[in-house]
Design a protein. Sequence first.
Length: 274
Amino acid sequence: MITFPNSKINIGLNIVEKRVDGYHNLETVFYPIPLQDALEIVPAPAQENGFRFTASGIDIEGNPEANLVVKAYKLLSAAYQLPPIDIYLHKNIPTGAGLGGGSSDAAFMLKLLNEAFSLNLQTEELEAYAGKLGADCPFFIRNTPVYAEGTGNLFSPVSLSLKGYKLILVKPRVFVSTKDAFSRIIPVKPPVSVKEIVATPITEWKELLKNDFETSVFALYPEIAQIKEELYAREAIYASMSGSGASVYGLFNAEQQVNTNVFGNCFVYETLLD
């Protein structure tokens, strides 16, 4: 069986306070976009680990055993004694980009295993398992726009559609450490919430809707700031870094023609949102 985990962008992101556990509370809107990986599982002969993992496409750093799709398999296998499988993951979603690619892979793995082995897990149960894998993971179970609070794990519905807008996503060849992104953050609760701002026309977002990570990340990686400036120079209606970076996206009217060659050797993704 095969599935296609998609990515997300953050629309606005405020770091509102530091928690006693050392983490931070935030507020943002998660919005799914159609940039996808490919994830396949097939039955396999009995093997020591219960699985074999093969990755292709964009390089994934680190030990394969630490990959979130492997962790998702182990999590459900511990509860349901799943049969051995071969796992194939083809990465198209850039890593270290603030797009939630790894979280999406994990959530889609849970859904794929649930369907393949008739585990009959309900949506809420899948979200609970996803929450054990990472704060962003539960979002990709329902995979619809949400207003996120807490550490990014508390969701409420948001009425927002970007259907018909052109999205241009640009990621330079840098990797932003989340730790570095938090290094210069001073939490502040904004006077107007992200949820209220996204209810206003998109033409008003430029002056109202911020990503608090931009201050620290732009200081460390000026090339990311330059991408945002270039998107506005190309007449983006709204542009922002996604998450803690390093990708930056711009929203354009569907008929706007944008020369993306100006972004050189960056990863560039362009689509019409539906």
